[in-house]
Structure formats: structure tokens, C-alpha cells
Design a protein around this ligand. Structure first.
Ligand code: SF4
Ligand code: SF4
Length: 164
């Protein structure tokens, strides 16, 4: 349970998942942020104003999945590393999963990276398709992994140094 171990339940996740129709339409952001904390860089980061907090900065973020175009800008701006972008249309076999990452070494494009689930369990090796730096003042990278579609909603982290 989230409050005890930081791992969201299926019920938690169901509340923030885009609809199957939206997932089938292209890349989309998923904010796996479930606690009422005073934080809103995600709201300020989105160029489409697709992330809102209805009442106050203590709200959990609400993503308008229809307005979101999956650009990924918000992924590297969340200090909680809680936002991901999933593109189920990447190819017939693979989804592209954009994951925030702020450790060193940083995986490189073309390497295979060991993907972890929300519990830290190893899910397999996945090709690094893209690496975007957060810039000089933001050490958070956005790493795009090619993940088989049946694991696209499971892989949410990369094992530090788990590259080959
Ligand atoms: S992926 Fe882009 S459009 Fe979607 S919520 Fe994030 S910043 Fe906004
Ligand atoms: S920036 Fe991240 S941690 Fe902060 S409210 Fe947004 S999703 Fe949650």
C-alpha cells in the first residue's frame, strides 16, 4: 500500500490511467502522484496546460489526457519522478516508455537497460531509444525505453548501472 511502502495499488493506478482509446491514439502522460503534497512543477511545466490542480497546490495533479500530446516535457520536471509517458503506438511489438532518471551513470542510446517495476523488481532488458538531458540546472534525464507492450504499464524505473 502506498502509505506504507510507496507502491501504488491497482486501484490507485486505475484512477490515473488514460482510457484504452486514448492510449491507442498516441503518446500520453501518466501522473502516478497520489499524495496531497504542496508541489506543482508539473502544472507549470506543461505547455498545453494539460495538468491542473482543481483547488490548491496540495491537490494531486489531474492530467487532461485528451489535451496532452505526450511531448514529455513534464517527465523531467517532476521532483517526485512520478510522471511517465507511454506511447502504445510506437510499433506493432513495442511501446515507448519515457522514464525520469537522475542517477549516474546515465544509460546511452542503443544500450540495453535493465527495467524495474514499481516494486524494484527486474522486468527484463530494454533498448534505450532516446536520452534527453534536463539541462544545466536540472539533473533529471528523460530516458525512452522500448518495452514490449504487455510490460508498458509495469516498467517504471531503470536499474542504476544496469546497462549493457
Ligand atoms: S506530456 Fe507534454 S502535453 Fe502531456 S502533460 Fe506532459 S507536458 Fe503536458
Ligand atoms: S511535480 Fe510531480 S510530485 Fe509534484 S505534484 Fe506534480 S506529479 Fe506530483
Amino acid at each position: 500500500m502506498l502509505i506504507n511502502d510507496g507502491i501504488p495499488t491497482k486501484e490507485d493506478l486505475a484512477k490515473v490511467m488514460p482510457s484504452p482509446e486514448r492510449l491507442a491514439a498516441g503518446p500520453v502522460s501518466i501522473a502516478e502522484c497520489f499524495q496531497n503534497i504542496p508541489c506543482n512543477p508539473c502544472v507549470k511545466a506543461c505547455p498545453r496546460n494539460a495538468i491542473t490542480m482543481p483547488n490548491s497546490i496540495n491537490d494531486t495533479p489531474q492530467v487532461d489526457h485528451e489535451n496532452c500530446n505526450g511531448c514529455g516535457v513534464c517527465v523531467g520536471k517532476c521532483p517526485g519522478l512520478a510522471i511517465f509517458v507511454v506511447d502504445m503506438t510506437y510499433s506493432e511489438e513495442f511501446a515507448l516508455v519515457k522514464i525520469p532518471f537522475e542517477y549516474v551513470p546515465v544509460p546511452e542510446v542503443g544500450q540495453m537497460a535493465c527495467g524495474l517495476n514499481r516494486s524494484g523488481e527486474e522486468m527484463g532488458w530494454f533498448e534505450v531509444e532516446k536520452v534527453i538531458s534536463g539541462g544545466k540546472k536540472n539533473k533529471t534525464y528523460t530516458i525512452s525505453l522500448k518495452v514490449p507492450k504487455d510490460l508498458a504499464m509495469e516498467v517504471r524505473n531503470i536499474k542504476v548501472g544496469g546497462y549493457k
